[in-house]
Design a protein. Structure first.
Length: 262
């Protein structure tokens, strides 16, 4: 790929991202897709409907991404998640804070955006606080604490921390073959678990647990938003004057700071 090809690629990526975001937002709004809600439904009501949505999205992402790895379109080590340095303490502490924040905010980042689109002033306040906290953690005062203390506790692996790379290292098989076997196997197992129950195949009015009459919107619509990646062949390439970021799936925390900080 040449630098002269970038304008056309940027246009295609932006339009594709807009279409994907619009589709995900519509589905999330109709099905009440939410991280905290999925866990809360299990704890409070024993209902797995929204958790099955999450598992379906994970399974679809595993199949889609690992197929791209097997085809040589992307490499997992170029993603934001699978580098060789495992900052396990930062991951654990950040996950704990994020979960605590979700409970206080009554929803995850994606749910907050959906509520902002619906006119919720509380969600707008939550989004503003989320943006400030994200900026502070990435580049502000909290970043100093994170880099100096938390990120120093880490494990450096000989390969990326994704399972296909670790399996390939242990068995001597190619990373592409390992990705194909693990991605299809584990992903298909999750999708099969979800679709084995009626609530995994459809939801009722509004997507709320306990309302399953008539309306047969397929929960599988949530899944295709999962596979992260870039255009085939450009993973890891950099061009002068253009900011580079590792590829990843949909994220709603770090980007929330951009309208405020650039």
């Amino acid at each position: 790929m040449q630098e002269s090809d970038l304008p056309a690629l940027v246009s295609r990526v932006l339009w594709a991202a807009f279409a994907l975001a619009a589709a995900f937002g519509a589905i999330a709004q109709r099905t009440h897709f939410c991280t905290m809600g999925a866990v809360a439904d299990i704890v409070t009501m024993g209902d797995w409907t929204r958790m099955r949505m999450w598992l379906l999205a994970i399974g679809t992402a595993m199949i889609g991404f690992n197929l791209m790895v097997a085809l040589g379109w992307v490499e997992a080590r170029h993603s934001v998640y699978a580098g060789p340095r495992l900052v396990w303490l930062s991951n654990a502490f950040g996950g704990l804070l994020f979960g605590f924040g979700m409970v206080l905010a009554s929803g995850c980042g994606s749910k907050t955006l959906v509520r902002v689109g619906g006119g919720s002033l509380k969600a707008l306040v939550v989004l503003c606080v989320l943006a400030i906290a994200a900026y502070a953690t990435l580049r502000g005062v909290a970043a100093v604490v994170r880099v100096a203390w938390l990120d120093t506790v880490a494990l450096t692996l000989p390969v990326g921390q994704d399972l296909p790379s670790l399996l390939a290292l242990a068995t001597g098989a190619s990373t592409g073959l390992s990705a194909l076997l693990l991605g299809l196997g584990l992903g298909a197992a999750l999708v099969g678990f979800v679709l084995a129950r009626p609530e995994g195949r459809s939801v009722g009015a509004g997507g709320r647990p306990g309302h399953r009459r008539g309306d047969r919107r397929r929960v599988v619509g949530v899944g295709p938003a999962g596979p992260p990646g870039r255009a085939p062949g450009d993973a890891g390439e950099r061009f002068p004057g253009h900011e580079y970021a590792p590829h990843g799936s949909l994220t709603f925390v770090a980007p929330s700071r951009m309208p405020w900080t650039g």
